[in-house]
Design a protein around this ligand. Structure first.
Ligand code: ZN
Length: 267
C-alpha cells in the first residue's frame, strides 16, 4: 500500500478568524506542508512548502504585499530539498512533483529541484500561467517561482485515465489515475479554493486518506461546516464551489475517511 510522509516547510501567520469564522483575532501559525508519496519503488512529491525563492520573489514590487499579508517564517535548513537530502533522497530519486494548485506557498520550492517531471491540473494552468503583476497577485501566483522549462516537463491530470472510486469515498465517484501508482493514488479536482485546485485519494495500510491541500484551512471547516471569514471569499477562485467541496469533505469525514490538509495548525 502507498506510504505518505509529511514534511513541514516553514509557516506563515495570520489572524485565526480569517481561516475559521468565529476563531477571533488571535494570531495563529499555519504550517506549509509537503508530502512524499511512495508506491513500491516509485516516489512523488506533493507540493513544496516555502523556500528561499519565496522571500526573493516577494521582496519587491507588487508581490511584497503577499509576504506582508502572510508573514513567512522559514529557515533555509527546512527547505524540502534539504529535508529530503537528510533522508538520503535527491531529485533523481523522485518520479514527479504534483502541484495541488499554484499558490506561492505550494510552488515556492520548484526551482530547488532540477529535471523533475511536474503534474498538475491543465485547466488550472491555462487559467493562471499568463497572469502577471496585480492580476497574478490576486491569485497568489508568483510567476518568478515557476522554472523557465516548466511547460516542457509538465503533464496534466486531464490526460490520465479516469478511475472509479469505491463507494466508501462517496460523494466522490471517480478521479484520474496517477500513472504507475497501481491504483493507490487517484487525483481528484477539489474546486473553489484556487484555479486548478486538486486533491489525491491515497490507499494506505490504514485505509483511504484524502490529501485535501487547501480545500480547508482548519479541520473545523469541514467537520463543523464552518467556513473561513467572508473576507477570504475575495481570495477564492469560486466561493460557491469552495463550499460545495467543503460539504463533500464533510461527507467523507462522516464516512470515517481521513483527511490531511496542507496548513492545519493552531485551529
Ligand atoms: Zn492555497
Amino acid at each position: 500500500m502507498a506510504k505518505v510522509t509529511t514534511f513541514e516547510v516553514g509557516y506563515c501567520t495570520h489572524v485565526g478568524c480569517m481561516a475559521l469564522r468565529g476563531a477571533g483575532f488571535r494570531v495563529c501559525k499555519f504550517p506549509a506542508r509537503a508530502y512524499l508519496l511512495e508506491v513500491g519503488d516509485k516516489r512523488w512529491l506533493w507540493d513544496t512548502g516555502y523556500s528561499y525563492h519565496f522571500s526573493e520573489q516577494t521582496r519587491n514590487g507588487v508581490f511584497r504585499l503577499y509576504s506582508a499579508v502572510t508573514p513567512v517564517y522559514f529557515d533555509p535548513q527546512e527547505a524540502l530539498v534539504e529535508q529530503l537530502r537528510s533522508q538520503g533522497l535527491d531529485a533523481k530519486d523522485i518520479d514527479g512533483l504534483i502541484l495541488s494548485h499554484f499558490h506561492g506557498d505550494h510552488i515556492a520550492g520548484l526551482r530547488d529541484f532540477d529535471d523533475l517531471a511536474y503534474i498538475c491540473s491543465g485547466e488550472g494552468w491555462q487559467k493562471i500561467s499568463h497572469l502577471r503583476g496585480v492580476a497574478a497577485l490576486k491569485c497568489a501566483f508568483v510567476p518568478g517561482l515557476i522554472p523557465s522549462d516548466f511547460e516542457s516537463r509538465v503533464s496534466f491530470i486531464e490526460s490520465y485515465d479516469t478511475f472509479p472510486l469505491p463507494a466508501e469515498l462517496a460523494p466522490f465517484t471517480q478521479g484520474y489515475l496517477l500513472p504507475e501508482s497501481k491504483g493507490e493514488i487517484i487525483l481528484v479536482p477539489l474546486p473553489g479554493h484556487a484555479a486548478g485546485h486538486i486533491g489525491a485519494f491515497i490507499q494506505t495500510d490504514e485505509g483511504w486518506t484524502l490529501l485535501a491541500s487547501d480545500a480547508a484551512w482548519s479541520p473545523a471547516n469541514y467537520k463543523e461546516l464552518r467556513g473561513p471569514s467572508r473576507l477570504a471569499n475575495f481570495l477564492m477562485d469560486d466561493p460557491k464551489l469552495y463550499y460545495q467541496t467543503l460539504r463533500n469533505l464533510n461527507q467523507l469525514y462522516k464516512n470515517g475517511v481521513s483527511i490531511k490538509l496542507c496548513h492545519e495548525g493552531d485551529l
